[in-house]
Design a protein around this ligand. Structure first.
Ligand code: GLA
Length: 376
């Protein structure tokens, strides 16, 4: 199965945790289409943990959907999602229990993959709690990788072992299409800043067919829901979303999409940002450090049409002017090229810069440009 671009969709966990149901999925699917998320490229509607009964069916050992949450079963939900032209995702775990203590797929990998396929599942998030003592995580992901290949349906394999066991060094070989690289995100600036800083040096192995998954976005949560915590500001969400896009990370929304504010909807459907995320080459950004601007994250990413995406993010609490010297990403003054910058977020007029760029960036906010070479 070819997964050429970072997957985009919505996942229930960040906001709803165990409070999930057939009606929540149907309403969210409707909102997906009504709000234009589908047109913007979002495809997967994913039910995370807590969808099943606490124990397997004693007769046939299969996992059973919790009838109070999903009275018509999961195939009916999948059919509804498919009927809206979207794809349906579900969740299981490589260990004996899921993280929220429901049956895991350990030692039932092939049976469960077959069950998911029979329900019409298109995406499986595969978690890492309750791993049997002494067994290697790598082996467990190989097992589910093999089971999904055998199940007779294209199911995107979304591994979620939180970056443990040097996941990037083996996960691609196990057949995963994306791999969670960090512990769980919370809706605070510190949480997503830490994720970004931990992954910027590790994006070298993220590429088409197997993308580094920096976790579901908290964009738009404003502190509401399971991982709500202190919440973030709109400036923080602009930065979170923009940097995820600079990293070609999967874009899995985690807010209540039925209740998104207009500003958040505009942000997550920003065509230029999504174009940066979905770039065919999916190159990691070059990170351009500067000794005086410790709170600045200056990122430059080559895009497949010869342009560059530039992001100046300010993680600090004060407004700062962030610099970017073009020579630092391979474009010295004597190359004979300037850059015409198209502002992606704020709609400022295009402007040509020679040799360097310097821009004011508000606290916690960012500036993002698509830069075109201009021969002098
Ligand atoms: C782990 C994962 C989360 C979520 C929960 C569900 O913590 O990392 O993304 O799936 O389990 O219990």
């Amino acid at each position: 199965m070819l997964v050429n671009r970072p997957p985009m969709g919505w996942n229930t966990w960040n906001t709803f945790g165990e409070k999930i149901s057939d009606s929540l999925i149907r309403e969210s699917t409707d909102a997906f289409v009504r709000l234009g998320l589908k047109d913007a490229g979002y495809t997967y509607v994913v039910v995370d943990d807590c969808w099943s009964k606490r124990t397997r069916d004693p007769e046939n050992d299969r996992i059973v959907p919790e009838p109070e949450k999903f009275p018509e079963g999961m195939k009916a939900v999948a059919d509804y999602v498919h009927g809206k032209g979207l794809k349906f995702g579900m969740y299981s775990c490589a260990g004996q229990r899921t993280c929220a203590d429901y049956p895991g797929s350990f030692d039932h990998e092939f049976l469960d993959a077959e069950t998911f396929a029979s329900w019409g599942v298109d995406y499986l998030k595969y978690d890492f709690c309750y791993k049997p003592y002494g067994l290697e995580g790598q082996l467990l992901y190989r097992r589910m990788g093999a089971a999904l290949r055998a199940c007779g349906r294209d199911i995107l394999f979304s591994a979620c072992n939180w970056g443990s066991d040097d996941v990037w060094s083996w996960i691609r070989s196990a057949g995963a299409h994306m791999y969670r690289s960090t512990g769980d995100i919370f809706d605070t600036p510190e949480s997503f800043h830490n994720i970004i800083d931990s992954q910027l040096p590790k994006l070298g192995t993220s590429a088409p067919q197997c993308f580094n998954d920096m976790d579901m976005l908290t964009v738009g949560m404003f502190g509401k829901g399971l991982v709500g915590s202190t919440g973030c500001t709109l400036a923080d969400y602009r930065t979170q979303f923009a940097v995820w896009c600079m990293c070609s990370a999967p874009l899995m929304l985690g807010c209540d999409i039925r209740a998104m504010t207009p500003e958040i909807l505009t942000l997550v459907t920003n065509r230029d940002l999504i174009r940066i995320d979905q770039d065919a080459e999916a190159r990691p950004p070059m990170v351009i450090p500067h000794p005086w601007y410790q709170d600045g994250r200056m990122l430059v990413k080559q895009l497949d049409d010869g342009t560059y995406a530039i992001c100046l993010a300010n993680f600090g609490d004060r407004e700062t002017e962030l610099p970017l010297i073009f020579a630092d990403f391979g474009l010295p003054n004597n190359a004979g090229y300037d850059l015409r910058l198209h502002d992606v977020l704020d709609g400022e007029e295009d402007r040509v810069w020679r040799e360097y760029l310097r821009q004011k960036v508000a606290p916690h906010d960012c500036r993002v440009y698509i830069a075109t070479l201009v021969k002098r």
